[in-house]
Ligand binder design. Structure first.
Ligand code: BTN
Length: 327
């Protein structure tokens, strides 16, 4: 939005809860002329806001667009410190890269980078990640936890718990967590998490927590190499859900688990991770970086650092710290 007036006008209309707000009141509250109001109404309509106008009644907000703008994400956001400041882009290379750049320049904990589209989205293990315009959530949070670097993977586990619970609640799909941190539905990947960290020897400087969630993506919009293994909320038959509402649900859940983690109560988060896991108790093959199996066994446990403990056929337990498993 181009000026301060349009967001303020939007808050006024939002506060009226779908009721009429007279031109006179808007003009008085925002200190602008009737003509200026009309211009801002038109600007909001261009963004996709449906606003009814009627003589003697004024204006009324009928429908909001499915955008990830700061206005949409902040209206009704229940967090105390995460996502209160939003850096929004229609198009960006990677929200993680932008968040890292801003963190290096001193961005505070809680800054949230959101984009409608990524042109160079990054996945784990050097893969790419597709985010077509308006069809997904690409979000990156700057965090400054007081943790030693070895404890940072806990943030990724906590995020997987938050996203899975949020998606179950807000979209009503039976999501689960596949180790290390994929959110799956019916065996297909719905969401990926990429955590990047800058640290000194004994202290984390900052963590960028990147979350990519497929909302309305159709198969043909997916990278051909993921078409068989990926899914979206729409493809799973979830009822339409506003992306901003999903972001709010994820942030609220994440703030709660992040507080547990920082407050030395990570055990509770891990219990929730175990309850949502689709990997534990399963026969798995751990894959090396080249995708070849390096170990087969039963996934028995996940430890405080997020490593998977796999018991092989000879009864020996192996600690798998990174990479992937196939079920
Ligand atoms: C994975 O490979 O499973 C992780 C995918 C992470 C994708 C998200 S989208 C938002 C953020 N920006 C990126 O470039 N990547 C992450």
């Amino acid at each position: 939005m181009t000026s301060r007036t349009a967001p303020e006008l939007l808050s006024l209309l939002t506060a009226a809860g779908g009721g009429w707000v007279s031109g006179a009141e808007i003009s008085r509250r925002l200190g602008v002329s009737r003509t200026a109001i009309w211009k801002h109404i038109e600007a909001l309509r261009l963004l996709g806001y449906e606003i009814e106008a009627a003589p003697r009644k004024g204006y009324r907000l009928v429908a909001r667009p499915d955008l990830l703008t700061p206005e949409e994400v902040r209206a009704g956001l229940a967090t105390r410190r995460l996502g209160r400041v939003v850096e929004y882009r229609e198009t960006v290379g990677s929200t993680n890269d932008l968040a890292k750049e801003m963190a290096r320049q001193g961005a505070p904990e809680g800054l949230l980078v959101l984009a409608e589209q990524q042109t160079a989205g990054k996945g784990r293990l050097g893969r790419s990640w597709t985010t077509p315009p308006g069809a997904a959530i690409a979000m990156s949070l700057v965090l400054r936890p007081d943790l030693p670097p070895h404890a940072a993977p806990r943030i990724t586990l906590a995020a997987a718990v938050a996203v899975t619970e949020a998606v179950r609640e807000a979209a009503g799909v039976a999501a689960g967590i596949k180790w290390p941190n994929d959110v799956q539905v019916n065996g297909r990947k719905l969401c990926g998490i990429l955590t990047e960290m800058e640290a000194e020897m004994d202290r984390v400087a900052f963590v960028v927590l990147g979350i990519g969630l497929n909302v309305t993506l159709r198969r043909e919009q997916m990278d051909p190499s993921f078409r068989e293994t990926a899914t979206s909320l729409a493809l799973e038959g979830a009822p339409p859900v506003r992306r901003a509402a999903l972001v709010q649900a994820i942030l609220a859940r994440f703030e709660a688990v992040y507080d547990e983690l920082l407050g030395d109560r990570f055990d509770r988060v891990l219990d929730r991770w175990r309850a949502l896991s689709v990997t534990l108790g399963q026969a798995v093959r751990a894959l090396g970086l080249d995708g070849q199996p390096v170990l087969e066994g039963v996934a028995e446990e996940v430890d405080q650092e997020g490593a998977l403990l796999v018991r092989d056929g000879a009864g020996q337990v192996h600690r798998v710290v990174s990479g992937e498993v196939s079920l």
